[in-house]
Design a protein around this ligand. Structure first.
Ligand code: FAD
Length: 411
């Protein structure tokens, strides 16, 4: 493998692929090595719980680049290759086969891993999660064969998977420990809208549920037992209770770690030649004034571009506002901004929540912290401008669909 002029990227997901692309686009002509422990070349994960799972898009459409892109751009893509150690001061890393490789600069884009459910029975056959392409394939097969499934966790992955299962004609029970779906990210008022969306589509949604164990016979799942003694039968159980950042390598190398790999606004870790981006990075955000770790596609797409430029010595910081999207049944939405669970006073709605065509704004004082447009399009740019401006707004104007959103941002 390449010598110590090499820029190495650990983690061949979306973030890793975008970093390699940017290094070449910026004219870097030294060795670029992209190391990934999966067998597939870098792909995008959002379709895995939406179009790919629904069968409306194919595998080829999930990949970040065509197969020959890496060779054409001189990117040494090593798949099925797990990095097991990093020596920051020695500027080398170790692979699972024991080999040692020198680098000049290193980028960590190791992403995140689904959190296991800490209850008995979680290791039975038929207890599934969703992160990788093969997980989505397994779910697709399950939806073909199963008549009823239980989904544990009403977060984004759990709800999107539920919508796909319903589209396949499968009966779904969703078990959620909070009072409404997505409570931690959206709060109760908006979480309730997602609860109705799913019950309207025939989902048996049970909030406030405490799981005692996953049950099964002959090693195969057959249901879920709740703490109150209720038993729900299931042909498969899908667990979507969040992810843990893959920061073990960084921690073992002595880098600062805390809810991910800690990086500054240039995406540089506590070692000057090691950077991190994407789901694994807890990055200092200059507009928000604190470290945040974002588990979304747009962050994994954009943050590595800044990291690559910083690795090349450019004077750059990452100040993109978090953005994400979801599609469930006939509801499409985009969310822009950042709100800690208890950091807002109230939510202002513009449009009709009943018809599921509205924009929700999270406010602290008279400032907009985030906005979510549901089945309304072309709203992201003015929402981003409102949030980034930090300006106070007139609540009545914010709620009035007749007042153009971009007129609310003063020059
Ligand atoms: C099913 C699903 C649906 C999603 N839908 C949406 C959506 O609708 N909207 C949205 O905004 N976001 C969505 N996301 C989130 C988005 O996909 C992630 O934010 C994005 O994938 C993060 O990219 P990443 O490159 O940082 O990490 P990852 O995609 O996790 O890639 C990291 C890669 O590094 C590899 N790796 C880890 N450790 C090592 C090691 N030691 N050696 C070598 N390789 C290693 C991992 O195996 C993995 O291949 C979804 C995620 C999932 C799973």
């Amino acid at each position: 493998m390449a010598g110590n002029t090499a820029f190495m990227i650990v983690g061949a997901g979306l973030a890793g692929a975008k970093a390699a692309e940017t290094l070449r686009a910026e004219g870097f002509d030294g060795p670029v090595v992209l190391l990934g422990d999966e067998r597939e070349r870098p792909y995008e994960r959002p379709p895995l719980s939406k179009s790919y799972l629904l069968g409306t898009s194919g595998k080829e459409q999930t990949f970040v680049h065509p197969p020959d892109w890496y060779a054409r751009h001189g990117v040494d893509l090593r798949l099925g290759t797990a990095v097991t150690g990093i020596d920051p001061d020695g500027h080398h890393l170790t692979l699972a086969d024991g080999s040692r490789h020198d680098y000049a600069k290193l980028l960590l884009t190791t992403g995140a891993t689904p959190r296991p459910l800490p209850v008995p029975g979680a290791d039975l056959d038929g207890v599934l999660c969703l992160r990788r392409l093969e997980d989505s394939d397994r779910l697709k097969e399950t939806f073909r064969a199963a008549s009823r499934v239980v989904v544990i966790g009403a977060g984004w992955i759990g709800l999107e998977t539920t919508a796909a299962a319903r589209a396949a004609g499968v009966e779904v029970t969703v078990l959620e420990s909070a009072q409404v779906p997505l409570q931690r990210v959206l709060g109760r008022e908006v979480g309730r809208i997602f609860a109705e969306l799913h019950t309207d589509h025939g989902v048996d949604l049970r909030c406030g549920a405490q799981i005692a164990r996953i049950t099964g016979g002959d090693g195969r799942v057959d249901g879920v037992l709740l703490a109150d003694g209720t038993r729900i039968e299931a042909d498969a159980v899908i667990v979507g209770v969040g992810v843990t950042p893959n920061s073990g390598l960084a921690a073992a190398a002595g880098l600062d770690v805390g809810n991910g790999v800690r990086v500054d606004a240039r995406l540089c870790t506590s070692h000057p030649d090691i950077y991190a981006a994407g789901d694994v990075a807890s990055a200092f955000h200059p507009l928000l004034g604190k470290h945040i770790r974002v588990e979304h596609w747009a962050n994994a797409r954009n943050q590595p571009k800044t990291a690559a430029r910083a690795m090349l010595g450019q004077d750059v910081v990452y100040d993109g506002l978090p953005y994400f999207f979801t599609d469930q049944y006939d509801l499409g939405m985009e969310y822009t901004g950042y709100v800690d669970p208890d950091a807002y006073d109230r939510i202002v709605f513009r449009g009709s929540t009943e018809d599921r065509e509205f924009i929700a704004f999270w406010l602290a004082g008279r400032r907009v912290l985030a906005g979510m447009n549901v089945n309304i399009w072309d709203a992201t740019v003015p929402i981003r401008a409102l949030v980034a401006s930090g300006q106070t707004v007139d609540e009545r104007a914010l709620a009035d669909p007749e007042v153009p959103l971009d007129s609310l941002v003063r020059e």
